[in-house]
Design a protein around this ligand. Sequence first.
Ligand SMILES: *Cc1c(COP(=O)(O)O)cnc(C)c1O
Length: 341
Amino acid sequence: MEKKNLDWANLGFGYMTTDYRYVANYKNGAWDKGGLTDDPTVTLNECAGIFHYCQEIFEGLKAYTTEDGHIVTFRPDLNAVRMMDSAKRLEMPPFPAERFLEAVEEVVKANAAWVPPYGSGASLYVRPYMFASSPVIGVKPADEYQFRILVTPVGPYFKGGVHPLTICVSDFDRAAPHGTGHIKAGLNYAMSLHAYVTAHQNGYDENMFLDPATRTYVEETGGANFIFIDKEGTLVIPKSDSILPSVTRRSIAVVAKDILGMKVKERPVKLAELSDFAECGVCGTAAVVCPVGKVVDHGREICFPSGMESMGPVIQKLYDTLTGIQMGKIEGPAGWVHKIM
Ligand SMILES: *Cc1c(COP(=O)(O)O)cnc(C)c1O
């Protein structure tokens, strides 16, 4: 298999049409056999449920090449289960986890020429998603759905070095109590875009959303979970029912506890205690962990001791260990690195 002729190390995070995508359709109460197609276009009825009542969910994971030349994904079973949980919450038919895993394998294998080579820092972003495809005008769940997986090569996140983020405490809310913050649905992103654009216009990289009920506890950013390191070196993870359960964050918790022997506490984290922490980061599939240098709460600056130049030492260790496991250089828990070919 010959790789595509791309400048792997200089790719950004954008969409590029690749050779194949996976499609399955749900109709008359069942998922069809599904399979690959080379057609990147989706044609839908003007009244399809996705357009009107926004029944859509998605996932995100990466396929990449390890040092010994294998193409692998990282804990795709957690994405499969999370997507089933998201589907149930939006009254959509869950796409079975085993089929999700098979479909990821099939589409990554078919696009092996698009999987960046080892050492480039780039990866193949895998985006499973599902939407209501049949007409709906009265408010109710649709009868038919389409599940798809597209893949697109993306560049290294830390191109040109690590730059700790400056984050502002948002005046907007992300997820209501007992709402949909814990599922991966497009609707959570639609309403976060205004906050995101506003933060950028004001010179910030990202938002820190607070719990909407009391606006005293830290939730997450628009698309990444927070982690904190306290002055004793404990990993502190904000706990809330409306935070999206990040695969990266859950993996970091295991790495911290079982591999690095750190103390890990998952508990509600008050905005008022941020200045007590030594380090802060945000985590998700794209960056793994990105350090946060500063949080600004309406003019009040909370500067973490780790500063604006580099990752703090503990987050650096978590980052190195987790990426080492992902790349097959450090032995991690069984089943984390999932070999595709
Ligand atoms: C996808 C996502 C994350 C990160 O989750 P990972 O599984 O680590 O990629 C965090 N927050 C939100 C809101 C997300 O949608």
